[in-house]
Every structure is written in structure tokens, then in C-alpha cells.
Design a protein around this ligand. Structure first.
Ligand SMILES: Cc1cc2nc3c(=O)[nH]c(=O)nc-3n(C[C@H](O)[C@H](O)[C@H](O)COP(=O)(O)OP(=O)(O)OC[C@H]3O[C@@H](n4cnc5c(N)ncnc54)[C@H](O)[C@@H]3O)c2cc1C
Length: 430
């Protein structure tokens, strides 16, 4: 079977590899000159370095993604800095760390050692977990994360220091408008899983080098080709003159909406096509800093206290000098999820405010910063709101399916969701 794939992000690449494994030919059309999509390479002139368009983190619970990488022969040891969950504030006032013990004893760590939260308040962690377990990790339809936290009587200190930053990092959506079910799914598969599931993985190499290029090596690649029309044929479809037996649309939702609107010229599937335009988006910004010497801070990842109204908006700071073998050398990365309030702000002012924020909160003085780059992805993820309807991969057209982090899967807009949906789309066709 010849399958056209539109989009070479992680969903499209996973689909191409899955098709290859099952003996089918993938023909991939990618608008950009490179693969990777929202996890692509960025040549930074300012830093004199190739960086990812954003600092990504993977969880040990990303089973499909990690399996795929292993299948493609990636050296996992050299490619990731892997560590037990450790949420440590830069000012060292708060720490939430799992114990290096097999599940469920790894969760005793947060109970006995969480810093900055009175002992009695720590039982709220167990209360939330027991509530979710009792309900088989299913929350009421339409419930927000904030409502879930109130329902399980989470103290303000835990909401501010743990749940708010985790919700923003995982769903890129604030507590009051974030979907409790998606949050519960992430907790179930990470904190509710084994010790390995709970671990975090920071890539030591560029994201595209991890597996995407390797997964696409058997596919026929057409870079720089924006697909606007999918033509129907008697048996199958055609894209840019290539006859195809089936198609996987692995673009973002707005692009998919336009493509299927064009395909549905007679409005026969209008309700389905309209459902693709219901997504809103939130941005993520990443500030890369180049210091004149390695930063002595020994922690690869620290949580920053952000100023919710000002430009000192950094949330997490990553010190690559503290990760042995990182190809980013001494680079420091700062992530700002849900960075809506920075839109329109002057980049120099934002950079200055965040550098001052790090200096004020971290124990080890920051070296002199000799170069920097602030990258903003305006449509980084969809807004993970409680009543969001996500389409299934099947469409009203035969042998035309959807893939992407926004297509129905248990996760918010994350890499694992993209990979799972790509594999599922390929499997649905074959
Ligand atoms: C800054 C940032 C930080 C993030 N951090 C994390 C993180 O730490 N952990 C995590 O799990 N996830 C993170 N994410 C989310 C993750 O990157 C995405 O979930 C994932 O990359 C989505 O992959 P995808 O294949 O579904 O879509 P995309 O990556 O958007 O791929 C779609 C592809 O389709 C192409 N395309 C679109 N329209 C057309 C067309 N008409 N013709 C041809 N090609 C087309 C696009 O060019 C693109 O390459 C982050 C995202 C960003 C932006």
C-alpha cells in the first residue's frame, strides 16, 4: 500500500515508521524544509549553536515514544539525562522528590521529605491519589483541575508550589481552565505508575537526532511542500500528482481543518469538518542563555518562582553544564509555558528580567551571559479545556485518517500523544 502522510512532526514520523515495519510505502509531504514539527531544530546565530525550538522533557511513562526510540537503536543512556522526579525550587524552600525505591514505596519520599509543606498538609497528596484511584482515575465530565483540587481539599501551599506549576508544565493551561481528566491521566501514568514511569528524561541531544530522521529514512520525503488539496481518485487519493491508496493527515488542527474543508467541497461532512476548528492555542517561550563559563549550579533542573504579572516569567531553569554529555555544552535554558502575557513584550526586556530572576532566586551566582535567544511558539499546544471535543482518528472518508497530539488520545498536547496517534493511524489503515 502507498500511504501519503501530510506532516513530518512526531506523529507523522511515527506513522511512517509503523507503515514501513508492516511492509508499506510512506510518501511524506512536509511544508517545512525539515522534519520535527513543533520539536524541530533551530539554528541559532546568536548562540552559534543548533538548539531545539524549545526545551522538551519526556517522562518515563512515555512508553510508546521510548519503545520507538529503542526499536530504532537509539543509545538511551547517552541520549538522555534520566532522574527520579525531583521538583526543587531555585530558592531551595520547596522540594518534592520521589524516593529511589520500587513502586509504591517511591511515593513515600514526597510524604516524608517534602520541604516547605507542613507535615499535616502532605497527606493531601495521598488524599488526591486515593480519590483518583477510587474512581478508577476517571473524573466528572467538564471538571477543571482547580475543581478537582478543591474536591480533594488540597492546601493552598501545595496548590501554589506543586499543582499549579505541574499543571502549567503538563497541560500548558492554568488550573481554572485545565481539564481534570487529562491531568488525572498524566498523574495515573507517571506518579501512579512504577518508579521508572515517574522518572524524567532531559534530552542531551537535539530532539530530531533522537529518532525522527531515522524513522523517516525509508519514506519518500517531499520537504518544502505545503499540501492544500487532497484529490479523490476512483480507488484512493492523489497529492501533488502522487497516486496513493490511503492518506494520514498528521498536521496541526488548523491545517487539517483547511485540507478537509477543501476535500468536502459539497459540504457533505460539514459537522465533522467544523469540529476540527474548535481548538484554541497557548504559546510556550524558551529563553536560551550562553554563559561565558559553566554555571556552578549542580542541579540540571530547578523550579523558578514566576512573577505572574511582570516579565520575570521563567518557570524552570535547565543547566546543561550539570548534565554530563549534553551536546548543548554550557547552555542554560529557561522555559515559560502559557507565556501569553509576554506576547508583544520587548525581547531584550524579557531576557533581562529573567536573568535577574535567576540571579535573585538561585544560590549559585549566574556567570556573565554573553549571548541569548528567546524563541516563542505561538501555537505550542491546544488549550486543554475540560469540555474540549477531540476528533477520533477515523474520518468520514475511507482510508483517510488523522494523527497528531490533538487527535483523541489520553494525553494533553505532548510528544507521547503525538507518537501514539501516529502509530494508531498507521495501524488503522493496515
Ligand atoms: C516550545 C515547546 C515545548 C514543548 N515541550 C514539551 C515537553 O516538554 N514535553 C512534551 O511531551 N511535549 C512538549 N511539547 C509539545 C510537543 O512538541 C508536541 O506535542 C508535538 O511535537 C506535536 O507533534 P505532532 O506531530 O502532533 O504535530 P507537529 O509537530 O505540529 O507536526 C505537524 C507537521 O505538519 C506540517 N504541516 C502542517 N500543515 C501542513 C501542510 N498543509 N502541508 C504539509 N505539511 C504541513 C508542519 O510543518 C509540521 O511539521 C512542546 C511544544 C513546544 C512548541
Amino acid at each position: 500500500m502507498r500511504v501519503g502522510i501530510i506532516g513530518a512532526g512526531w506523529a507523522g514520523a511515527a506513522a511512517a515508521w509503523q507503515l514501513h515495519k508492516k511492509g508499506h510505502q510512506a510518501i511524506v509531504f512536509e511544508a517545512a524544509p525539515q522534519a520535527g514539527g513543533r520539536a524541530r531544530l533551530h539554528q541559532s546565530k546568536a548562540l552559534g549553536l543548533t538548539v531545539d525550538n524549545g526545551q522538551h522533557i519526556l517522562l518515563g511513562a512515555y512508553r510508546s515514544t521510548l519503545n520507538l526510540m529503542q526499536e530504532l537503536g537509539l543509545d538511551m543512556q547517552r541520549s538522555f539525562y534520566r532522574f527520579d522526579l525531583d521538583i526543587y525550587s531555585a530558592d531551595q524552600d520547596f522540594r518534592f522528590k520521589t524516593a529511589p525505591l520500587p513502586a509504591p514505596f517511591h511515593l513515600l519520599g514526597p510524604l516524608f521529605t517534602t520541604k516547605g509543606v507542613p507535615f499535616v498538609d502532605r497527606f493531601a497528596l495521598i488524599r488526591l491519589q486515593r480519590y483518583l484511584q477510587k474512581h478508577q482515575w476517571q473524573t466528572t465530565q467538564g471538571l477543571s483541575v482547580q475543581q478537582l483540587l478543591h474536591l480533594t481539599r488540597q492546601p493552598t501551599v501545595l496548590i501554589e508550589k506543586l499543582w499549579h506549576p505541574l499543571c502549567i508544565a503538563a497541560l500548558n493551561t492554568p488550573l481554572e481552565s485545565a481539564c481534570a481528566q487529562l491531568f488525572a491521566n498524566v498523574l495515573r501514568d507517571s506518579l501512579g505508575g512504577s518508579r521508572a514511569d515517574t522518572q524524567m528524561l532531559i534530552p542531551l541531544r537535539n530532539m530530531s537526532d533522537l529518532w525522527v530522521r531515522s524513522a523517516l529514512r525509508y519514506a519518500q520525503m517531499h520537504y518544502g511542500e505545503v499540501v492544500r488539496h487532497i484529490q479523490k481518485r476512483h480507488h484512493g487519493y492523489s497529492i501533488h500528482g502522487h497516486a496513493l491508496d490511503a492518506v494520514i493527515v498528521a498536521t496541526n488542527s488548523p491545517s487539517c481543518h483547511k485540507l478537509l474543508q477543501n476535500l468536502d467541497s459539497e459540504n457533505q461532512n460539514k459537522a465533522f469538518v467544523d469540529s476540527l476548528s474548535k481548538f484554541d492555542f497557548n504559546p510556550i517561550a524558551t529563553l536560551y542563555l550562553k554563559p561565558d563559563r559553566p554555571w556552578a549550579n549542580p542541579h540540571p533542573m530547578l523550579m523558578l518562582e514566576e512573577n505572574l504579572n511582570g516579565l520575570a516569567a521563567g518557570q524552570w531553569v535547565f543547566n546543561h553544564a550539570a548534565m554530563a554529555g549534553s551536546e548543548l555544552g554550557h547552555t542554560i535554558a529557561v522555559t515559560i509555558s502559557y507565556s501569553n502575557r509576554l506576547q508583544g513584550a520587548n525581547k531584550t526586556d524579557v531576557t533581562k528580567a529573567i536573568i535577574e530572576q535567576i540571579q535573585a532566586q538561585c544560590q549559585e551566582p549566574l556567570p556573565t551571559i554573553i549571548a541569548s535567544e528567546l524563541i516563542t511558539e505561538k501555537r505550542a499546544t491546544f488549550v486543554a479545556s475540560p469540555n474540549l471535543h477531540r476528533p477520533t482518528l477515523q474520518t468520514p472518508w475511507p482510508k483517510l485518517v488523522l494523527a497528531g497530539d490533538w487527535v483523541q488520545n489520553p494525553y494533553p498536547a505532548v510528544l507521547e500523544g503525538a507518537v501514539r496517534s501516529g502509530i494508531a493511524a498507521a495501524n488503522a489503515l493496515v
